[in-house]
Design a protein around this ligand. Structure first.
Ligand code: ADP
Ligand code: MG
Length: 314
């Protein structure tokens, strides 16, 4: 197992008193090679979980293993096994890109030709060849994120933990950084946090949703879509007004409801698992109706996320 979290709880002490549980008895397991989105609103406990998994903070209760090593009893082995891009990507702005990456590599014990080779490979991988001689302070946010990713990867760890790697990027930078993460994800296990549902959809198959310190969903995106309600909704547009023949749509097996949107557009709602598009297409062919549009509406993951994390503001 790449990351194994068991009954993890974290309480932060404040002014000598213990505050609310930032993380409350959570468990999950991530297999080698998975890219998993760790999703939740601000304050949900994402960064706290990641800081514990990277051996930066001790747990109050429970355990975390990375690559088979326990974060409390084997923290050096844990740090060797993972690359970490912390929230807000702290960097030394006065250092040059290449100099910083060599420094980061040397902290991991890389020396001489190995250090030089790894530094060049990382500059290539994250797309920094033209910036390598610039000071980090001169780089745009998108390029700073690349430097952050490169330092996380310099020692070639099997596991990557990225805390909101795309927050604050403009749309072009966002696409570029996602592409870099996708490339990295081909060879590594990646756990990344975000509060944007589309990000999870763009990058991975599996999502773990956390809210107020508790896990409220863990599964494949398509499973999550199904468990929300599961209804299949299709909008069919015909060349002609169906008039009395609208009842034919009601007759399709599994269809629960037909709504007339305008004279020749109809919204059909059917039970989970119904292959509605094929059925509408066959019906049109049988009855000599000209079908000019057929679109399946996915239940929105954004909606599911809101539903699961709604009580956050309490
Ligand atoms: P997220 O990364 O999902 O936004 P965090 O893990 O940063 O959430 O925070 C979870 C909860 O723990 C929040 O209520 C936050 O205010 C609290 N918290 C985080 N860090 C500390 C800290 N160092 N001391 C006290 N409370 C903290
Ligand atoms: Mg955070």
């Amino acid at each position: 197992m790449s990351i194994l979290v068991k009954n993890l709880t974290k309480l932060y002490a404040q002014n000598g008193k213990t505050a609310q549980k930032a993380v409350d008895t959570i468990s999950f397991a991530i297999q080698p090679g998975e890219i998993v989105g760790f999703l939740g609103p601000n304050g949900a406990g994402k960064s706290t979980t990641m800081k514990i998994a990277t051996a930066y903070l001790p747990p109050t209760a429970g355990t975390v293993e990375v690559n088979g090593f326990d974060v409390q009893t084997d923290s050096i082995a844990v740090r060797r096994s993972l690359g970490y891009l912390p929230e807000h990507n702290p960097l030394y702005l006065d250092m040059y890109v290449k100099e910083f990456l060599q420094f980061a590599g040397s902290l991991h014990g890389l020396r001489g030709s190995t250090l030089n080779r790894r530094t060049s490979e990382m500059i290539e991988l994250v797309g920094l060849p033209l910036e390598q001689r610039k000071k980090i302070g001169q780089l745009s946010k998108g390029y700073r994120q690349r430097v952050g990713l490169a330092q996380a990867l310099i020692h070639n760890p099997p596991v990557l933990i990225l805390d909101e790697p795309t927050t604050g990027l403009d749309p072009n930078q966002l696409t570029e950084i996602r592409q870099v993460i996708r490339t990295i994800g081909r060879e590594k296990t990646v756990l990344f946090s975000t509060h944007i549902m589309q990000e999870v959809e763009a990058l991975c198959d599996r999502v773990i949703i956390i809210n107020r310190g508790r896990i409220v969903a863990d599964g494949l995106l398509n499973q999550l879509r199904e468990t929300s309600d599961g209804s299949v909704v299709v909008v069919a547009e015909f060349e002609q007004d169906l008039g009395d023949e609208t009842v034919l749509l009601n007759g399709i097996p599994g269809v629960r409801h037909v709504e007339v949107l305008d004279e020749n557009r109809y919204r059909l709602t059917a039970d989970k698992g119904t292959d509605l598009r094929a059925a509408v297409f066959r019906l049109a062919a049988d009855k000599n109706l000209t079908l000019v549009g057929l679109k399946q509406q996915e239940s929105s993951l954004e909606g599911i996320f809101k539903e699961l994390t709604m009580n956050n503001e309490q």
